[in-house]
Design a protein around this ligand. Sequence first.
Ligand SMILES: *Cc1c(COP(=O)(O)O)cnc(C)c1O
Length: 327
Amino acid sequence: MNAQTGPSLPTYADVEAAAGRLKGIAHHTPAMSSATANRRTQASLVFKPENLQRMGAFKFRGGYNAIASLSPEQKKAGVVTYSSGNHAQAIAYAGQLLGVPTTIIMPNDAPAAKVAATEGYGGQVVRYDRYKENRLEIGNKLSAERGLTIIPPYDHPDVIAGQGTATKELIEDAGPLDILLVPLGGGGLLAGALLAAKALNPGCRVFGVEPEAGNDGQQSLRKGEIVAIGVPKTIADGAQTAFLGDLTFPIIQREVEDIVTVSDAALVDAMRFFAERMKLVVEPTGCLAAAAAFSGAVPVEGKRVGIILSGGNVDLASFARFIAPSA
Ligand SMILES: *Cc1c(COP(=O)(O)O)cnc(C)c1O
């Protein structure tokens, strides 16, 4: 890392190094299929259920990889991060496993289950109002005052590399794919997926999938520069990011096939499908990629399609409301 120019973009070699650090620690989640889903889409779908990952989302991969890569001095001082939820839990849990103290800046309206889980993993939670305050400023202040290393939720080379291990496993387990569909918030998961897919399966066309209300990634791709939007109102709380990162955007811009959007209604439809047919609890954000296949936002007929189910952390009351048959 260079203080003047910032970190350079991660590469597939960094994904391989991350896979080495995560071996025997992160779950190697299965590659799953569903005859019903295949019939419904006239495609061959392979799901990567990261809702079954440790702490319930792929973010464990990037969080653990980032903390494990710190120097002994940095580990001793501790880390700070900001997150709408899953990255917070990932950092808290990885910190606990690695014996590194963690401070987590979380919005006041973060889902109760995510706050409780973060504290349960030993993270010290600091709350803020995400419609009024800037979480980056709060993080910088804590970092300066207490010597903590900031590990942002997506715009960090070790985070991106860690997230890429999910796609590495999927392609190694499932074989070559025609299409890979990836949920998109700030782009750590998608950038990592692109590094792995382009190295292992160059012919695979990789799409990012955003909530309709928060299509800043799509706008950024069209415009050729990072476009920031207001905090989008969507049930996909893990993708309520307002802008892509300085590291994630160039990778996405270079490699992605396209970025598409899906409605909240399509997310609910997918949540019901996973609960009913595949016996999987997938959170709204975790359904983005699947919803793109089910809704036709990305045409998949006749293709072999990888679909990342990115997480399953949804509190039960919300889950029950989402999957309840509409009256
Ligand atoms: C964070 C998150 C995303 C988006 O990941 P980015 O790296 O921010 O693009 C998608 N799904 C879930 C479940 C998440 O927690």
